[in-house]
Design a protein around this ligand. Structure first.
Ligand code: BYC
Length: 342
């Protein structure tokens, strides 16, 4: 129903060769395949769905792209809670459009992952059974309207920092999906900053609300870039394959350096007493990250993990009739076309 995904080249090693001659031919074919893949990576050429690729490369991509898709879709939940409570019709329309964009990002990304031979149903099963991860950031609650500002400004700001290099990812369908996603994310970041700016220039109570949101979202956003490089199990191989282009710590540093002047313009204070400009490094130094909190959230024990998963499973079950109706419609159309052709 969905894509060309299932129509993949046979990626397995050839059957056990029957003779020495056949074994030599098979080994030469495998070596040529490996060399073609390595050369494409070395020359920065895109790998496409029909190209041969090592199984570990395929698995890494399915893991990262499906987690990314899940993050976009689960990421609709904290903002969805505020659609009915947005302070004006204009803010409501903007927030709705942003949330719809996130749903669209999920769809492009599921489609990109399907080109690697994993069905959307398999990916959703992994999410709903709690096996697949999604970004830690969406396991925090959105308590006030200012959180809509903080999410757009900081969460989407962090997302752009992480995702712009993914436009150069070695896997073609993921890289191409990221180009459109990044354009939309930059609108999201601006709408968040615009909310923060209005609140920061508003009454004392509004400014306090903006500061409170920054206080609660800052550290979870800093953690969103993933474990520090020394603890990142996948970075080395993913960088070698051109899937990731910049490490977790380097992206985190770029994000902090870009965001502090924006906080200053708002007149808000980042909740890190150790944050200071390091003239020698040309970067901000920041305080210790509480990695025990990060891993607790990643492993299912954050403030909203259970609530988020329950909401996703319920949404999937409640949408069952739509999927059934779409399939029934497609079947009827196929039957009609067959009758017309007969
Ligand atoms: N949360 O070896 P590492 C959005 C896991 S959506 C949870 O560094 P890698 C938005 C990691 O998966 C933004 N888990 O891994 C949407 C791995 O576990 P597994 C989402 C995390 O893959 C709506 C383990 O920790 N963006 O912006 O090299 C509204 C070791 O990590 C996290 C993406 O998904 C985390 N934060 O690097 C608003 C971008 N961090 O898989 C906004 C694409 C790490 O071995 N993904 N883990 O069980 C990536 O760039 C990379 O996958 C990561 C992690 C940087 C996230």
């Amino acid at each position: 129903m969905y894509t060309q995904a299932i129509d993949l080249p046979d990626n397995d090693r050839p059957d056990e060769p029957k003779s020495l001659e056949a074994a030599k031919t098979a080994a030469a074919a495998n070596a040529a395949r490996d060399r073609a893949f390595e050369a494409a990576i070395a020359n920065d050429r895109k790998i496409e769905p029909q190209d041969w690729m090592p199984e570990a490369y395929r698995r890494t991509l399915v893991r990262q792209i499906s987690q990314h898709a899940h993050s976009e879709v689960v990421g609709m939940l904290p903002e969805g809670n505020w659609v009915t409570r947005a302070p004006s019709l204009k803010r409501k329309a903007i927030l709705l459009a942003k949330i719809q964009d996130e749903g669209g990002h999920g769809l492009y990304l599921y489609s990109a992952a399907e080109t690697l031979g994993t069905s959307r149903a398999q990916m959703l099963d992994a999410l709903h059974s709690g096996k697949a991860k999604y970004s830690s950031i969406f396991n925090y609650p959105a308590l006030t309207w200012a959180d809509m500002g903080a999410i757009g400004w900081l969460v989407d700001g962090a997302a752009i920092m992480n995702q712009v290099p993914l436009c150069r990812c070695s896997y073609g369908p993921y890289a191409r999906a990221m180009i459109r996603i990044c354009k939309e994310e930059s609108f999201h970041q601006r709408q968040g900053y615009d909310i923060m700016l209005s609140l920061a220039r508003g009454t004392q109570a509004q400014k306090a609300m903006a500061q409170d949101a920054l206080n609660r979202w800052w550290w979870p956003v800093v953690m969103m870039f993933g474990p520090s490089d020394k603890d990142s199990v996948h970075s080395g191989q993913s960088m070698a394959w051109g899937i990731k282009r910049i490490t977790n710590d380097d992206l985190r540093q770029k994000f902090i350096d870009a965001t502090i002047p924006q906080a200053e313009l708002l007149g808000l204070t980042v909740p890190d007493p150790d944050l200071k400009w390091n003239e020698e490094r040309g970067h901000y130094d920041h305080g210790e990250i509480d990695w025990s909190e990060f891993w607790a959230v990643v492993n299912g024990d954050g403030p909203c993990n259970r609530e988020r998963l329950k909401a996703r499973v319920a949404a999937h079950e409640n949408g069952g009739w739509v999927r059934e109706a779409a399939l029934a419609h497609a079947r009827k159309q196929a039957e009609r076309a067959q009758r017309a052709a007969a």
